[in-house]
Design a protein around this ligand. Structure first.
Ligand SMILES: [Ca+2]
Length: 263
């Protein structure tokens, strides 16, 4: 009986860990979708409307931020932050920012569509976080070309960084990553610090490579119009960091349709 109880407890723990996206000891459970003025919208990896209030708070806190306040959400909205998905914000309130009126979203209204303070904190929504200091580290990139670099570059990066860059170019385009500089703490399996590249909009599917050390990685080309880069540093030993650029190209320019390296 005791063994059974222990097994049940272990299963519960495992289930919990999976739900929170535990991977290599790193806890993360959400995808960064849009951001403006330090406010950003995240949804769970499991899809839209999967976060309880407690989980929503944990998502923001994990990245060094907090739930956005109504005022922060409105300030972001005023510079064009438009998201058609309800999320938790400060003090258990739920809503979303609408800039352009549309029949399908926001009931034709402009402003914060406010569902009010929820009595039931187990309801599941997305989340709006606020973290004005994370601008340099990660985000959603939609320009046809951009430079991406480790936080603080050309200075060394700091310990305990976690950055997600989600690249989304036009449909029908593919993304070419080209590395300019690369110096990340070296260890054989890249377990300490690393840059990971995914041929998808999350870091679950489409793994394309994990990089560390001083060798410049080859170019990487996406199969579709999205890509995700994840940089992580552990609690000790830093290095020079990295700089790369991506460019969007029409898919017709390529003869292969797989993620591949150029040699
Ligand atoms: Ca390190």
């Amino acid at each position: 009986m005791r063994v059974f109880t222990l097994l049940t407890a272990l299963c519960l723990l495992l289930k919990e860990a999976q739900a929170w996206g535990y991977k290599d000891g790193i806890f993360h459970n959400s995808i960064w979708l849009e951001q403006a003025a330090g406010v950003y919208h995240r949804e769970s990896r499991k899809g839209r409307y999967q976060l309880t209030y407690k989980e929503a708070k944990a998502v923001c806190k994990y990245e060094g931020g907090s739930l956005a306040t109504y005022q922060q959400l409105e300030a972001a909205r005023q510079i064009g932050f438009h998201v058609c998905a309800a999320g938790w914000f400060d003090r258990g309130r739920v809503g979303y920012p609408i800039v352009k009126a549309g029949a399908k979203c926001g009931f034709g209204k402009i402003g914060i569509v406010d569902y009010g303070y929820r009595l039931n904190k187990s309801e599941k929504w997305d989340v709006y976080c606020y973290n004005p200091n994370s601008k340099e580290c990660g985000g959603v990139l939609t320009d046809p070309k951009r430079i991406i670099q480790s936080p603080g570059f050309p200075d060394e990066y700091q310990d305990e960084q976690i950055c997600y860059w989600h690249i989304r170019v036009k449909l029908g385009q593919r993304i070419v990553l080209h590395f300019l500089e690369f110096d990340v703490e070296d260890d054989t399996a890249c377990l300490a610090d690393y840059l990971e590249v995914y041929d998808s909009y999350d870091d679950v599917s489409g793994f394309a490579g994990r990089f560390c050390g001083e060798e410049l990685p080859d170019d990487i080309i996406s199969t579709g119009n999205v890509m995700t880069l994840k940089f992580l540093s552990d609690a000790s030993v830093t290095a020079g960091g990295f700089q790369l650029h991506y460019t969007a190209h029409d898919a017709s320019q390529f003869s292969h349709n797989h993620t591949h390296y150029l040699h």
